[in-house]
Design a protein around this ligand. Sequence first.
Ligand SMILES: [Zn+2]
Length: 484
Amino acid sequence: MSKKPAAESFVTEIASRSQDFSQWYLDVVRRAELADYSPVKGCMVIRPYGYAIWEQIQQALDSRIKATGHVNAYFPLFIPASLLAKEAEHVDGFAPQVAYVTHGGGEELEEKLVVRPTSEAIIGTMYAKWIQSWRDLPILINQWANVVRWEKVTRPFLRTTEFLWQEGHTAHETEAEAEGETLKILDLYADVCESVLAIPVVKGRKSESEKFAGALRTYSIEALMGDGRALQAGTSHNLGQNFAKAFDITFQGRDKTVEHVWGTSWGMTTRLVGAAIMVHGDESGLVLPPRIAPYQAVIVPIGRDDWRETVLPKAQELRQQLADAGIRVTLDERDERPGWKFSEWEMRGVPLRVEIGPKDIEKATVRVARRDTREKQDLAMDGIAERLRHMLDEVQQNLFERARQYREAHTQRVTDYDAFKSAMEGRPGFVIAAWCGSAECEAQIKADTQATIRNMPLGGPAPGGTCVRCDNPAAAEAWFAKAY
Ligand SMILES: [Zn+2]
């Protein structure tokens, strides 16, 4: 039998979150076996535990996407290079990140193929074939896929050359309908983040310089990570008629005139796994919200040498009982000390640990430890599944509340530029300020402070006063931050 490291060494193998957040993140990803580096630079291997988290997120998203009338389909990985070039802004935006296939079957290809960085071009080409009349609209299609964007600096889950995502692509009769769809998806994304990942987000519109290449308007949800940097957690684009014009997607309207469709596209990616790590994790490792945890509870049998005879049968019975109640549960039957198992499951972020030993069996109780608060309590075996389900809801709620309070404590409003610059020193979180709307001010603010406009919240207060950097009247209230 291989000798495992002692419990203490688990903790020392993870860098301190408060002192070196960046290393802590990489250590957690590696030690919790979420992902590993691959022989291809910039690509990652998502290991089973990390993939199981993604599957929970995926299911929550997929069911909401379908409940709002969308259907799934699948389009090819390869796109003829000439198709990507059809929408000028789009190709300019993606050109530096595109990977090409030049050879296949031992021969040089007549036309090189793009490995999709996103699928507007290929899907638009198909929509042009499928749409003739207003009766064919709307088209509401989503696809689950991988995409490739050649990245220079990568970080597991947050920025990798290949990543997994869903991309929705819709076509509508009117501009208003497309705008309604764009905002509906933004709400859906915010709901997934807040109610499933327990991450509070700010919904808003992107500035012109930060919008999707080829879109009319881009909306995003932005979250604050545990180191005070912001992360864009999802985007929804109103494409206007740009792609319809580039790909000739037309329909005969109700009044018999031929018009271009109005499009949207929207995506959420595996970076959400990274967001969950960075928002909820602590010095001991991962802390998973129950709704995305591969295991919501782990049962650890306690006992002397004969625990397999005395405790295990009862532990197996308990596992079955919890599984029957719909709790994702695992029983750690390995021949290791309970203390070692405790630290390992703590590091892997399992929301509830259920300890069961000979004394517990005598008293018909179990000892339950919460990962988020580390509180322990003895609970009667009778009705245990119901109690644990209730506790999982409490953990979920507490993690959201904790993240919300953190964000509130790291969000400030400033009015003059000196205050803005000093507020932006270090990693302060969000700084809210009035902005005139000019790209010049935006670029200068970025050059001076490294901060970017994350978004301009929807339904925020009407902007008053003047731009934080110049003296022109404010056009919007913007949320600035240093971002991933
Ligand atoms: Zn300005």
